[in-house]
Structure formats: structure tokens, C-alpha cells
Write a protein that binds this ligand. Sequence first.
Ligand code: FPP
Length: 241
Amino acid sequence: MTVAPASDLAGSAASVPRHVAIIMDGNGRWAKARRLPRMAGHKAGMESVRAVVRAAPDLGIDVLTLYAFSSENWKRPQEEVGFLFGLLKTYLHAEIAELDAKDVRIRVIGQWRLLPADLVKLIEGAIDRTRNNEGLTLVLALNYGSRDELVRAARACIADGLSDDEVTEEAIEARLDTAGLPAPDLIVRTSGEERLSNFLMWQSAYAEFVFTSTLWPDFGAEELAKACETFAARERRYGGL
Ligand code: FPP
């Protein structure tokens, strides 16, 4: 293995967040401000998803993770949950050809296999079709919760028969849904809320956070670029001096 000289690491490439993860929040408030039903906010939110996915590769981002449905979102009215699943189907149907053509690889984290069967089938198809792509990795967090992910990883350690000293950070990491992905460098949350809400708790140990008051449907390429600029100005020390 060759080690890059320090001068290479200090260049502009080092200030680009390789992995950006977004907590897309504020669809409901966006709709309310326009006296529209909440669903209109989610629909507009899907357009923001399209915009950031298209913009990410140009910004030098390798991995983009979107918190699209949390394990807690089941508590919402059934009609809204169904609508969100419908939007995901619409998105995958409409975008899969373009995503594939643009070399985007789709990955999904969370207990997505517990989603409705037709959506599961669509997701499987999208993962399969884009499996060998080498451009942007688009990670959709679906029926995802960090605590649940950690419990599943702990159980997998037991199921794999690991002894107590074999239960290391690496062993746990290898059993997380995000295994093989770089840790997020930058976590963005829209709508003025400043919480992690059970998102990538393990993986965000050294992430930078950018909170913006912009509601998700108003977020786009420009705001993503701005968040990356904010990231570039931060000094990351990973616990050192
Ligand atoms: C939070 O806004 C948003 C969600 C729970 C869902 C996010 C879903 C999308 C952006 C649409 C589809 C996604 C994909 C990947 C195609 P909120 O409803 O909690 O807003 P509020 O806090 O203002 O009520």
C-alpha cells in the first residue's frame, strides 16, 4: 500500500465531503405555509431529492445518504405512510433509467424488506440493476433507525459466534447496514430542527453537522453546494489537537 504524502491530503480534494447524509425535514411546514395538504409537501420534497441527487456528483460527493423513512415514521397516519411509499415507487420508476445511465449505484439501509411487497420488489430491482455502477452511491434509509441497526448488529455478532474479545468496533461496523461505506463526513438537517433523530448514530461519531432553516422542498443544488462550502471551512481534528 502506498501512503499519500501529506501535501496531497492537504489539497482541495480533502475539503470535499466524500459522504453527505441528509435528514430531509420540513415538508409538512412547507405545505402548511401554502395552505396545502401535507402530501403536497412530500411531493415537492421528491423534487428536492431529484435535484440533490443530480447535483451531488458535480460537487465531488461519492456517497449521498437520504433519510427517506424512519422506523418511527410508521406512527404517522396510514394515509400519509401510504403516500410516502407511493412517492418512493414513483421516484424509483421514473428515475431508475437515468440513475443507471449516470452510473449511480443504489443501496438501501434499514429494514426495507418489511415494506410493502411491491415496493420491496422495486427496490430489489433498482439495487440489482445498479449493482456494478461506479459513480455516486445513493443510499436510501428506509424503515431505518440507528438503535434498531445497532441491535441487529449485536445480534449478528452473537449469531456469528463471536467471543467477547472478537466483538470489536470493526466487527460491529462490518455488521451495520452501512458496512463498506465510508462514514458520513457531513450531516445536513433542514427546517431548523437540530436533532439526529435516530439517524446514523454510530457512523456520525466524527461527522460535521450543518443545520439550515430552509425547508426540505426549498432545498436544492445551491443549498447543497453551500453546505459543502461550510464543511470545507471547518477544521476536523478527530479528537487530536
Ligand atoms: C420530513 O418532513 C420528511 C419525511 C418524513 C419524508 C421524506 C420524504 C421525501 C422527501 C419524499 C420522497 C423521498 C424519496 C427518496 C423519493 P415532515 O413531514 O416531518 O415535515 P414537518 O416536520 O414540517 O411536518
